[in-house]
Design a protein around this ligand. Structure first.
Ligand code: NAP
Length: 247
């Protein structure tokens, strides 16, 4: 499938590391004028060095005022990937107010306010657009020590459905992706110990965790016109894990 985004402008949040970083570079390769937003300045500096055509935006999405200013500074955006998130793992009984507030601020609140600004611009310009919210398989099943993370991702699935209803008439498609464990820094936090990882891998019919490129290729598809009739979906990228868990 030949995917090109020539003439399009894209914004990826959480583009300093992991999925967001590789996605932002791929979008540039596919012809999109790409804005890479993230929190750690050194990640953005090295990204700019690797990919000089990229525009980097330094912003902590936990700061809503800074978020609004930074996202508006990107100008007209046709393709948005709401990817930034954090995973703080704690047993249910040890969840604190701080963990709850921080997780919901970055994983949920920021996604809403970034998308609001971008969607309003798309509506004013009457250009339509495509938005992908990065959720997780953790939105659909319980996972030990993941209470707050699971809850933030379940919220993202539901926000995606609501956004698709209200933005569809303006030709703005909104989808979520729901990956299983992906081999990134975040993936390693919860899943580098074989005692935990091996049983999880065993319930994945395809027998492995996802690589970053497995996720990036699906996001590119959802951003592109190849998925022109797809909106409001929450698409697992999980090697069949959710199908296996639901047996
Ligand atoms: P990652 O390697 O930890 O990268 C996350 C990126 O988001 C980093 O660049 C991080 O910047 C940025 N970010 C976090 N908080 C931010 C904030 N407040 N403001 C701006 N940027 C912020 O994570 P990943 O594995 O690529 O995950 C990307 C997405 O996939 C997330 O939504 C995650 O929930 C989802 N996901 C991941 C997995 C997995 O196993 N890895 C599985 C399912 C879903 P800093 O490093 O500077 O904080």
């Amino acid at each position: 499938m030949n995917i090109r985004f020539d003439g399009k402008r894209a914004l990826v949040t959480g583009a300093g590391k992991g999925i967001g970083r590789d996605l932002a570079k791929k979008l540039v390769e596919c012809g999109a004028e790409t804005y890479a937003l993230s929190r750690t300045k050194s990640d953005l500096d090295s990204l700019k060095q690797e990919c000089p055509l990229i525009h980097v935006v330094h912003c902590d999405l936990a700061d809503t005022a800074a978020l609004k200013e930074s996202v508006k500074s990107c100008g007209a955006i046709d393709l948005l990937v709401n990817n930034a998130a954090i995973a703080i793992l704690e047993p249910f009984l040890e969840v604190t107010e701080e963990i709850f507030d921080k997780s919901f601020a970055i994983n949920v609140k920021a996604q809403i306010f970034v998308a609001q600004i971008i969607a309003k611009g798309m509506m004013e310009r009457k250009t339509g657009g495509s938005i992908v919210n990065v959720s997780s398989q953790a939105s659909m099943v319980g996972i030990e020590n993941h209470t707050v993370y699971c809850a933030t991702k379940a919220a993202i699935d539901q926000i995606t459905r609501n956004m698709s209803l209200e933005l569809g008439p303006h030709k703005i498609r909104v989808n979520a992706i729901n990956p299983t464990v992906v081999n990134t820094d975040m993936g390693k936090v919860g899943w580098s110990d074989p005692v935990k990882a091996d049983p999880m891998r065993r319930i994945i019919p395809l027998g492995r965790f996802a690589e970053v490129e497995d996720v990036v290729s699906v996001i590119l598809f959802l951003l592109s016109d190849h998925s022109a009739m797809v909106t409001g979906s929450c698409l697992p990228i999980d090697g069949g894990c959710l199908a296996s868990l639901s047996v």
